[in-house]
Design a protein around this ligand. Sequence first.
Ligand code: PRT
Ligand code: ZN
Length: 287
Amino acid sequence: MAESNLRIAIQKSGRLFDDSVLLLKECGIDLRNVKDRLRTESDNFPLEVFFLRDDDIPQYVEDGVADIGIVGENVVAEKNKHVEVVEKLGFGKCRLSIAVPRSQDYPGISSLQGKRIATSYPHMVNSFLEKNNVTAEIHEISGSVEIAPGIGLADVIADLVSSGSTLFMNGLKEVETILHSQAVLIRNHLLNDNTVQLLDKLLFRIQAVKKAKRNKYILLNAPNESLDKIISLLPGMKSPTVLPLAQSGWSSVHSVLSEDQFWECIENLKSAGAQGILVIPIEKMVI
Ligand code: PRT
Ligand code: ZN
């Protein structure tokens, strides 16, 4: 019997589309014709891709129409379907927040009591209010939530925020954060062995791509008398590679640095005598 494909659901168009397709590409998966399609396949990985509205993805994955999906944590939490989050993907970052008119004082959560709240996330807003012992009137609207206070439809809103400029332009201020969100990979609970194997293969590649993004390859020249000090400053994957330079008394040192250690480490390396420091992006990283 022919082995089946891994079926993934991704957003058809919108904020997660480009990054989802890019992630698959970075995992070495080529897709045929991704624009304006309902489904496509890969030529070099047993993957079938369904393009859907993001709101529908958790349901399709719960039902097993797709095995896995890429969607925002905000949608996973709101839809509350029986799916499992397997990996955070690091893009589509935003937060679900409550915002009130800027001119209004905000003494605390209890001031939301009895207010009309416009949102596309009624389930999450409701549990947030319940947790805080606040009763309010939730008005579910599907788009342009930020204009609701201005047209008298609501007193406050709960909506996704990334830069904050939409709130600012509509005279609103962010006062509570309900959820921090990013795109995640979700899976159906009951996958067969063949599908789990394919998912593991994909996950292995995703993790290598993510790791590579968090790290940089660094090359530098060092006088031999400073080598011990410089090597002690470099974490590396195991230990740094040290090669002699044509000019005697000097060596070339190669290593890997994580983004969070980066600037401090560069400063320390310079003070220890490192010269000609080159920093290069890493495409894939397998440890
Ligand atoms: O058609 P479909 O239903 O698939 O798409 P959609 O219109 O429902 O979703 P889309 O494409 O707007 O967003 C998809 C996902 O991207 C969301 O579910 C989030 O997980 C994520 N995401 C990240 C965002 C934002 N950032 C974001 N800023 N989704 C929406 N916004 C909107 C927000 O609703 C508000 O209108 O952008 C505005 C605020 O942005 P700032 O930068 O002005 O704060
Ligand atoms: Zn949507």
